[in-house]
Design a protein around this ligand. Structure first.
Ligand code: GTR
Length: 332
């Protein structure tokens, strides 16, 4: 080897070494994954993601961690979805409610009285249909989100400030806030009320000022969100059972190694089961909180008139997804 070649070889090795050192330094670089939720610290969905973050930190010796922004600190669910889409945050725990307009198949979960009971819903999200729907979201060409896992959110029932709703006729004339997705406004209108689409972040104010007479949600959101302060009549209409979803920004996901992606997926599946336990505890705690606060809980045992009234909603939103609906209904 002459002197000149020797020089070039040396230079090339130096470049290669620098690149290697650079990429391994990059691999070792700490990454803080920002996560958000509309609910406060201690709420089952928030707690499950916080715990997932701790496990992630431990498994990677602190290289990957999760920073939680609870209580709508980064806005409502619409804003959360948008921020995850552009990579301004890594993880968002959102209801499937506002996801329907983005991935049409997901809207099937948003149909009123879709699931027979909680056990049915859990079987669907834990099974092949649940996996398929997460994949539908992850593969969606413009959603820019990865579906990590599902979470429980109980059943949603109507509450209002005006009067006890005992039958479907009592809903007439009530302005009820619904999540921002036409399927929900149509559902409330079909039930005889006036559905008003609004973000969760605006709801407490709207209840307080009388912009709406009421809303609909599960016990934990109603109790933790302090909605009972303004709307004391809670009627167990149980018209919606919508699972929640933990999404990851595709933009950030694509920068992660396969091993890190697999680890996050694994921990998310664990979070799905952990959240469920926390959920049932929180439901009980919330019901007690409601009773202590003097909420009038009206038990509606005959759901038939409510189910019959939403038939047009099924015709409008379900027709395009008949085979998926059949498969869900056949899950025993
Ligand atoms: C809650 C749910 C939130 C949000 C909220 C709403 O039950 O956990 O993600 O969707 O309802 O009504 O907007």
């Amino acid at each position: 080897m002459n002197r000149r070649n020797f020089f070039w070889l040396g230079a090339a090795t130096a470049v290669a070494l620098t690149c290697f050192a650079g990429s391994s330094a990059l691999a070792q670089q700490k990454l803080v994954l920002k996560a958000t939720d509309v609910h406060a610290l201690g709420y089952p969905t928030v707690e499950a993601v916080v715990r997932m973050g701790k496990k992630l930190e431990q498994a990677t010796n602190g290289r990957l961690s999760v920073q939680m922004f609870p209580s709508m600190q980064l806005g409502g669910e619409k804003e959360m979805i948008e921020q995850a889409q552009v990579g301004a945050l890594a993880m968002a725990r959102i209801s499937v409610g506002p996801m329907g307009p983005i991935v049409p198949e997901l809207n099937v979960f948003n149909l009123p009285f879709m699931f027979r009971d909680t056990a049915h819903m859990e079987k669907v999200i834990d099974g092949p249909i649940g996996d398929e729907m997460l994949k539908k979201l992850s593969d969606h060409p413009t959603a820019n989100l990865i579906g990590l896992c599902w979470m429980n959110a109980g059943t949603r029932s109507v509450y209002n400030s005006k009067k006890p709703v005992r039958t479907i006729d009592d809903l007439k004339g009530l302005k009820i806030r619904m999540m921002g997705n036409p399927v929900f406004v149509d559902t409330m209108n079909a039930l005889g009320g006036n559905g008003v689409a609004m973000g969760y972040d605006q709801l407490i104010n709207a209840l307080q000022t009388g912009v709406v007479d009421g809303a609909e949600n599960n016990y934990p959101s109603y109790a933790n969100g302090q909605h009972y302060r303004y709307a004391k009549h809670y009627s167990t209409t149980e018209h919606l059972m919508i699972p929640e979803i933990l999404v990851f920004s595709k933009k950030i996901w694509q920068t992660l190694s396969k091993a890190d992606q697999d680890l996050i997926m694994k921990l998310a599946k664990e979070a799905q089961q952990e959240q469920r336990k926390l959920w049932y505890e929180m439901e009980e705690k919330s019901l007690k909180q409601m009773k202590d606060a003097g909420v009038e809980i009206i038990r509606i045992t005959d759901k038939k008139p409510f189910q019959a009234a939403v038939k047009p909603v099924w015709d409008k939103y379900g027709a395009a997804h008949k085979s998926l609906i059949d498969r869900i209904q056949n899950v025993k």
